[in-house]
Design a binder for this molecule. Structure first.
Ligand code: CP
Length: 467
């Protein structure tokens, strides 16, 4: 499978071999960066950054210039016709006629997927709300490989804003795929990894999540609220009645992120605070458990990463940012078909490994995430809600745009018994009928009024427990 004409919306869009191919080409390009100026000659990249950016935008634009291509850009929604109410789909169609490749950063989760669905040219997600930032993950994995030689078997601590940090959400799946041994979660207060990310991690990549483990030593241990253990190791730990885990990331990495204040403010959910937020400083790194630990951060930083450690050879964050140019050069060249990979036997993409039933209806249920592109006024004119049914007990729908989970309370069948109006009933989603009705006949409602508006009457299974 060639990378030409493909889009990169989530890390699931690339196989491990394809990621390795990006790294090989990035190596080649960084060794001869001044000799790449004809690779994408005559091609145009649209750089659409509707949220602030220094690294991602400027490294993409530098990459395209280094490849001999041209860049058109828009960096303010207010200066585009989106501000007049134009839909993302229409913008994507139009920009896809002007440019050969589009790079987009947008505050709504799932916006990059909509652009990829409509543009007709390759689209790269440069960050969509708190969903994903897959090219940052490429820079992170590349840095781990360069500094550690391999990703397999590493132990990595993720510290800070695990709730809204899109770089973390993209990275965690990739780390599991590349066979890290353990991931330690060290969130700030109110900033735990969202349940939908944890479900996807364990359901799709295997391994075991240990919540509230007893951890040693206390320097980092007091902040560890969960540990993900790789499939091969988790069998051994499952035999132990009390999970007491010795944190040893001496040969691994500490990956830190800032508090994503801009998202926490909008989300109107659990209050977040910088009080007790993990801080990586010289004092912490004195611990013998961090003797060889590398410190990574996607940047920008606030107070969680002390300037005093910038000259420390374990600090990798400026190298991560610098590597963004060859990585993005390689990616652009591959997606434009200007360079080829030598992958002879392509693997299935991670997204294709579990064939969940898909639920798609114009009515009945919407994504519960208020920041999802599929719920935005203007976009609902053409986006049909679409979900993967990732669990039936309890009924759990994963939005295909933002990947948040929705737990709708009511269901019905489109195949009502003998077509009699008296049999047109809706039921509680917790009833056994959710599993009995064929997925292709299932109709799902997020309220009784929705079900009744469609002409369904309550069955004896429509009463929800606890009501
Ligand atoms: N790491 C990262 O995405 O940085 P910018 O927001 O500056 O692009």
């Amino acid at each position: 499978m060639s990378l030409a004409d493909r889009s990169l919306v989530t890390t699931d869009d690339l196989s491990n071999e394809e990621i390795e191919a990006v790294f090989s080409l990035a190596d080649e390009m960084s060794d001869s960066i001044n000799k790449q100026s004809t690779v994408c000659q005559g091609k145009v990249m649209a750089s659409l950054f509707f949220e602030p950016s220094t690294r991602t935008r400027l490294s993409f634009e530098t990459a395209m210039h280094r490849l001999g291509g041209n860049v058109i850009s828009a960096v303010d929604i207010g200066a585009t016709s989106l501000a007049k109410g134009e839909s993302i789909a229409d913008m994507a169609r139009v920009v896809g006629d002007y440019a050969d490749i589009i790079v987009i950063r947008h505050p709504w989760e799932g916006a990059a997927k909509v652009v990829a669905d409509y543009a007709g040219v390759p689209v790269i997600n440069a960050g969509d709300g708190s969903h994903e930032h897959p090219t940052q993950t490429l820079c992170d994995l590349y840095t781990l490989k360069k500094e550690r030689g391999t990703i397999r078997g590493l132990r990595i601590a993720l510290c800070g804003d695990l709730k809204y940090g899109r770089t973390i959400h993209s990275l965690i799946y990739a780390l599991a795929r590349f066979g890290v041994a353990r991931i330690y979660f060290c969130p700030g207060r109110g900033l735990k990894m969202p349940p939908h990310v944890l479900r996807k991690l364990t359901q799709e990549y295997g391994g075991t999540l240990y919540q509230h483990p007893i951890t040693k030593p206390p320097s980092l241990g007091q902040r560890v609220d969960a540990i993900y253990v790789t499939p091969s190791e988790s069998h051994q730990l499952a035999l132990m009645p009390d999970i007491e885990i010795n944190i040893d990331i001496s040969e691994g990495a500490l990956y830190v992120t800032r508090l994503q204040k801009e998202r926490a403010k909008d989300a109107n959910q659990e209050a977040v605070s910088t009080e007790g937020y993990p801080v990586i400083n010289a004092d912490l790194l004195k611990g013998k458990e961090f003797k060889h630990t590398i410190v990574m951060h996607p940047l920008p930083r606030l107070d969680e990463l002390a300037y005093e450690i910038d000259a420390d050879p374990r600090s990798m964050y400026f190298k991560q940012a610098a590597r963004g140019v060859p990585i993005r050069m390689a990616l652009i060249a591959l997606l434009l078909g200007a360079k080829k990979t030598d992958i002879s036997k392509p693997e299935a993409l991670p997204a294709q490994k579990i064939a969940y039933p898909v639920y798609k209806q114009e009515f009945g249920v919407r994504c519960a995430n208020s920041n999802c592109v599929s719920t935005q006024k203007g976009e609902t004119r053409y986006i049909k809600p679409e979900f993967k049914m990732v669990d039936l007990k309890p009924l759990t729908l994963r939005c295909v745009y933002c990947e948040h989970e929705t737990h709708p309370p009511y269901i019905a069948s489109s195949d009502w018994h003998q077509g009699l109006l008296t049999n047109k009933k809706y039921h509680g989603a917790a009833s056994h009928l959710t599993r009995k009705i064929k997925p292709e006949n299932l109709i799902i409602f997020d309220s009784e009024s929705e079900a009744q508006a469609r002409g369904f009457k309550p069955s004896s299974y429509a009463i929800r427990k606890g009501e």
